[in-house]
Design a protein around this ligand. Structure first.
Ligand code: APR
Length: 231
């Protein structure tokens, strides 16, 4: 029977594709205070600024490509059941070929209604003031902002609770509830953590191996060693 590998990814896995992380640059995110562009209050105060901010992010996403870390994870699927739980709103895991991806914090290439969170549409263009959903309300990015519910969290907990191996890549582990997922793995699950500036230490969890390296170096190394155990 194939083992279950669960992978939790953060902004660091997409850094080498050219998408900036959130907390590496002095508290600003692409020149903006996170609270200005990633909270419901920020959107209420200045909707055009927030829409424009995500329009820029969407435009940038369409110009970048998955990197070797995204591709290495996709190659694991030949040997294991792989489920990726990502905090990222990009689609680079999907473009690299990963089939089971849960986006905890939403998706940049989708928009949703401001009056019905279940009205979600695929979207590659800019979103402007006056772009309405079928129910006549303004569209907004399909992004989970600070202070909002994380609707996919229950699914993510269930997936994590069935892990045989957990791999964590490129996350500062500062944002909850996502960072708390590590506590749901079954007792004897080995954890691999790839990050050039890891925020946890090997003393924090039993069976934790830290690979202090960038995603494009560290992830293919782990993936190859896991595949070797299957050959
Ligand atoms: N390879 C791997 N990791 C990297 C690389 C790289 N090349 N470059 C940077 N990192 C690491 C950093 O050391 C840091 O630990 O990526 C991590 C990025 O941390 P954050 O910027 O805090 O991103 P993340 O943990 O994904 O943020 C979580 O916060 O702003 C919200 O909703 C947003 O999903 C996001 C959440």
């Amino acid at each position: 029977m194939k083992k279950n590998i669960v992978v939790l990814t953060g902004a660091g896995i997409s850094a080498e594709s050219g998408i900036k992380t959130f907390r590496d640059a002095d508290g600003l995110w692409e020149g903006h205070d996170i609270m200005e562009v990633a909270t419901p209050e920020g959107f209420k105060n200045n909707p055009s600024l927030v829409l424009e901010f995500y329009n820029q992010r969407r435009k940038q996403l369409l110009q970048v490509l998955p990197n070797t870390a995204h591709y290495a994870l996709a190659s694991l699927q030949d040997y294991f059941h792989v489920h990726i739980i990502t905090q990222n709103v990009d689609d680079l895991h999907e473009r690299a070929g990963s089939k089971h991806v849960t986006h905890l914090h939403g998706e940049l290439l989708k928009v949703r209604s401001t009056i019905d969170k279940n009205v979600i549409l695929p979207w590659k263009e800019n979103v402007e003031i006056g772009d309405f959903c079928s129910k006549g309300s303004q569209l907004r990015p399909h992004i989970v902002w600070f202070g909002e519910d994380v609707p996919k969290m229950e699914d993510a907990i269930e997936i994590t609770a069935n892990a045989d191996i957990l791999i964590i890549i490129g996350t500062s582990m500062q944002v909850y509830p996502a960072a708390g997922l590590i506590n749901y793995i079954p007792g004897k699950t080995p954890i691999y953590f790839v990050d050039p500036k890891p925020s946890i230490t090997e003393n924090d969890f039993p069976l934790l191996t830290i690979i202090k390296d960038s995603a494009t170096k560290g992830v293919p190394t782990i993936v190859n060693s896991l595949i070797d155990t299957m050959l």
